[in-house]
Design a protein around this ligand. Structure first.
Ligand code: SAH
Ligand code: SF4
Ligand code: F3S
Length: 460
């Protein structure tokens, strides 16, 4: 039984996969009669989609819950029943413990149970709370989630093709929160991509914790690589751009590298985390690659696609990291020259091998190292942006800027590009010339826009 007119509000933390999951949860709740509320104060169901990757991320959940507790109390005083749910990686990692620490929570649901969300919410409402589902079910959640809705959406979309991780880097919680590696079947992905394309999407970012380890089954039973999947998705006419993230250096196969050289729709931008520059630390991290292998890989990628730009993730202060080890991280950064990067202080996570390793690095040292690294990375990013001045790019305009008449879109390298242009350019891929560059964005002139009458003339 569904009650009409109920509303949900989902707040999302963490990585792109959580953003994707929140969209799918929202669609699944639609089937149970929920629509999205604009603010938490008017929602009957409040969901936090959480991240467990570092301590700060996980702790955010509890501060956020403080706010939700007040909203729930105020609403219930007015006679509006309100359910609070914790989803995502903290839900998976902490399970029932969350109910003990925060009794205001009614439902804890792990990432592999989202297809049961409607039922779980009903259960929580019926029992007044205390519902936990953090199983890793045998059946595929993607099969049981409702198909993507065909309603008009933003021009760029995420699509999860692979989930989970078998790599077990010693610092990382993902293999425990997302489970073993799983690749969705080819047909399911192609159908979802086609639905998104029909709803106005022209840029797709394929997601996976180890996206380039993708090995999904095709209908004839063959196992497809990510390279083959990209080639297939590039055949969908409305899909103009393809990206994928996050890749592991170990799984960057020759056919995938070659796709960057042969497929124009695959963007010349790759997120390729290396984590640390010293082989001793890479070994202790169980990264399964050396600095030399990483550098060789970068060389081969740039050979296949000379205009390729790279971004990366780096951890400073992993247990046992000395000044000399850290120096090797700086040298590697210097050698590769990244267009963008994310860097973090090592955070000891419960249940991971690195949590209990000897020689934990004091926080003050981590801070000094992070500062030095970030100064270098931000200089590289600024220089990369400056090197784009005078170049012509296709930009996919996605939103309005702060100034009236200003549009904001993404370059092939994911840089934010601001330009003055008419509203009708929104959601379209337009050629621009880059005029100016800042550390975090570019400014551009729109070059020429073939309007639809010109297109028709050209076709005649
Ligand atoms: N699957 C991706 C990354 C997933 S997590 C990969 O294999 O690279 C995103 C980033 O968070 C990681 O690349 C790493 O740099 C960082 N990270 C993960 N665990 C961390 C920890 N315990 N402390 C600090 N940073 C961490
Ligand atoms: Fe975590 Fe390593 Fe798996 Fe990436 S490859 S998700 S860092 S365990
Ligand atoms: Fe965080 Fe889970 Fe993503 S731990 S980074 S939300 S996979």
């Amino acid at each position: 039984m569904t009650k009409a007119g109920r509303r949900h509000f989902i707040k999302t933390f963490g990585c792109q996969m959580n953003v994707y999951d929140s969209e799918r949860m929202s669609e699944a709740l639609g089937v149970s009669g929920f629509t999205a509320a604009d603010e938490p104060e008017s929602a009957d169901l409040l969901i936090l989609n959480t991240c467990h990757i570092r301590e700060k991320a996980a702790e955010k959940v509890y501060s956020e819950l403080g706010r939700l507790r007040q909203i729930k109390a105020a609403r219930e005083k007015d006679g509006h029943r309100t359910t609070i749910a914790i989803a995502g990686c903290v839900a998976q990692a902490e399970g029932r413990e969350i109910l003990t620490r925060a009794p205001v929570v009614d439902l804890v649901v792990g990432p592999q149970s989202y297809h049961r969300l409607g039922d779980l919410v009903r259960q929580a409402e019926g029992s007044g709370g205390g519902v936990v589902d953090v199983d890793f079910p045998e059946d595929d959640k993607f099969k049981h989630l409702p198909a993507r809705t065909a309603s008009r959406r933003a021009p760029a979309a995420f699509l999860t093709v692979q989930e989970g991780c078998d790599k077990f880097c010693t610092f990382c919680v993902v293999p425990y929160t997302r489970g073993v590696e799983y690749s969705r079947p080819v047909r399911e992905i192609v159908e979802e991509a086609e639905r998104l394309a029909a709803a106005g999407v022209c840029e797709l970012t394929l997601l996976g914790q180890n996206v380039n380890a993708y090995h999904g089954q095709s209908e004839d039973g063959a196992s497809w690589s990510l390279a083959r999947l990209l080639v297939r998705l590039a055949e969908i006419p409305a899909i103009e751009r393809l990206r994928y993230t996050t890749s592991h250096p170990r799984d960057m196969s020759d056919d995938l590298i070659a796709v960057h050289g042969s497929q124009n729709k695959v963007m010349p931008y790759l997120h390729l985390p290396f984590q640390a520059g010293s082989n001793r630390i890479l070994g202790a991290m169980n990264r399964k690659h050396t600095r030399e292998e990483y550098l060789d890989l970068v060389r081969r990628i740039r050979e296949a696609r000379p205009d390729m730009a790279l971004s990366t993730d780096i951890i400073v202060g992993f247990p046992g990291e000395t000044d000399a080890d850290f120096e090797q991280t700086l040298q590697l950064v210097d050698e590769v020259n990244f267009a963008q990067a994310y860097s973090f202080k090592f955070s000891a996570r419960p249940g991971t091998p690195a949590e209990t390793m000897d020689d934990q690095v004091p926080d003050e040292i981590k801070s000094v190292r992070l500062q030095e690294l970030q100064a270098m990375l931000s200089a590289q990013q600024t220089a990369f942006n400056a090197s784009c001045v005078g170049r012509r790019f296709d930009v996919l305009f996605e939103r309005h800027g702060r100034r009236p008449g200003q549009l904001v879109g993404r370059s092939p390298y994911l840089q934010a590009v601001h330009a003055d242009g008419a509203d009708e350019l929104m959601g379209r891929m337009i050629e621009v010339e880059i005029l100016r560059a800042g550390p975090n964005s570019l400014e551009a002139d729109i070059l020429s826009v073939a309007d639809s009458s010109q297109l028709v003339m050209a076709a005649v």
